[in-house]
Ligand binder design. Sequence first.
Ligand code: HEC
Length: 247
Amino acid sequence: MRRVILSLLFALVAPVVLAASAGGPKLLKANVDLSDRAGLQNGAKLFLNYCVSCHSASYMRYNRIASDLGIPDDQMKANMMFTTDKIGDPIKVAMRPEDAEQWFGINPPDLSVTARSRGADWIYSYLLSFYTDPSRPTGVNNPYLPGAAMPHVLWELQGIKKAVYHTVKDENGHESQVLSHLEPGTPGKLSEVDYQKEMRDLVAFMVYLGEPAKLVRYQLGVKVLLFLSVLLVAVYLMKREFWKDVH
Ligand code: HEC
């Protein structure tokens, strides 16, 4: 019996301990808002303009995005579809996998469910934290994915940050430089606050991508609450009507 209780306790505690020991830099908070339809539309635009040249999202079709987010088909075709002209197609990548391997040394992963595997906060932190690192082939690095093979594709918008290092000594007295924090470097077209807003929209879109039903549930939830409030008024009026004659 004790063994059973102990293993049950372990099963409960282990995920917490493992999550706590995962380490890495602290995550920034994405605070995505799935009820913000304009934000989701903007996220779709950013994603389909900046990301699908390298990444696919093959679990999702263009026409589903159009209908879920209320984007007219012709707008979708004109501004957001670059790898196909059939609105019923899934989001495929333009690049051939062999070319990708050769250019990046790794195939850019499909992003359909990355918001579920990595979490919204991780993607948000990653997209905000590219910094100049001349030792890398792409010229940039990222504290959330050290040695990342992905270039800073949004550098024109954000600019590129600079890393500040501090020196640490190990037990043998060897000194090494470790990343302390990032500070503004080359400026981009957007202010940091505006860039954060764009990335919040992009991540919200990726959360939707990972679980499109969430949006339906969300909208359904609002409708149910609306229905219940109307019902409340009706029931209250009915109660007044019924009790009128009793008094
Ligand atoms: C020029 C090609 C290219 C473009 C454009 C690009 N990426 Fe990437 N991305 C990569 C590569 C290559 C990797 C693999 C990095 C690695 O594992 O070192 C990657 C990895 C990622 C990852 C990490 C996935 C994981 O779970 O490891 C995320 C998230 C991501 N990209 C998001 C984006 C978003 C969002 C955009 C659009 C703003 C974008 N990428 C545009 C090449 C690209």
